[in-house]
Design a protein around this ligand. Sequence first.
Ligand SMILES: *Cc1c(COP(=O)(O)O)cnc(C)c1O
Length: 380
Amino acid sequence: MKDKKFDTKAVHFSTIRESAVASKVQPIYQTTAYSFKDLDDIEEYFRGNKPYLYSRVDNPNNDDLAAGVARLEEAPSGAATSSGLSAILCAVLAVAQNGDHIVACDDLYGGTYHLFASELKTFGIDVTFVSFADQQSIQEAIRPNTKILYSESITNPLLRVEDITGMVELAKKNNIVSMIDNTFATPYLIQPYVQGVNVVIHSATKYIAGHSDVTAGIIAGDQNIIAKAKEKMANLGCNLGPFDAWLAARGLKTLSVRMERQVKNAASLAQVLTEHQAVKKVYYPQSANEKGNGAIVTAELSEKADIEAFFQNLSWIKIVATLAGVETSVSYPLRTSHRSMPAELIKKLGITKHVVRISVGIEDIEDITYAFTNALDHSL
Ligand SMILES: *Cc1c(COP(=O)(O)O)cnc(C)c1O
């Protein structure tokens, strides 16, 4: 065969194997597209007999991650997206369109609140926010054009545990699709699909990936809704890159061991905080699951505590606008996740200037409690 010239050789050097080689872990399919043998081979793809065309539409690493999470949620189908928010957007648009209505809990994650309150309006979708702690208020908010009941299994930052069974009953009675953001609980603690929810959503950026190095989202649930959500994902360009999918899939493998340690550490820290005089109130769920109550602890410091001094004395603990990594970190909801929420709602929810949200990591609990006790001591 005629030797190729330099520029051609620089591009064509890989030996692409047709059949799967016996690698121990899933390889990264870092490719934007898949090649076809001939025109009939292209038709085979569109007949549904052959996977993979173009990475915005589908790729093996996305499928791998989505299937992994869907399996843990015991859902028949899943999709991986570019972020938690794009997962929420694609899931919502799979069910609701121009003229439709959503009833959502009023203690939503700040980014979701903003998506629902501002962006969905531009799609002609109206959202009513009500307290999901009260079934009656959900029922009263439901209209003939309501398509979705939307909530979170454990809410942010005040950690209310959703009554999923009650929500599912209400959704079924009114013939509405139910969706739960399961980011804080993960399927390790709560499996909303098993409880009858139609669609489970994750910011895989958090516990699923677990190492604060990838932004990703997951939708898992009913086959027909996921198929529609995948169409939205491809059409809106909300796909996840192969390397990010691979990183999240690698993280997923250690979900249980991370959660086991983080939940245990969180329960211990919650107890220590309860006993500190600089703390007015600790928000830590008591009944999420027999395996534990999550790895987020939210604390409201007392009025006499200096919040600036607390943050200045956190030593090795990072101040961040995220959660769920293996490293313990702290966030300040009022100025980060809930910054764009209306002041009245923030006040009603109880997110004061003394509220701090702690994401408990896998470190030695003695070091974690020492760091927080020290910062609290300095706040007085
Ligand atoms: C972070 C988060 C989101 C948004 O996810 P991104 O990956 O940042 O887009 C949605 N819901 C909850 C509960 C979150 O914590």
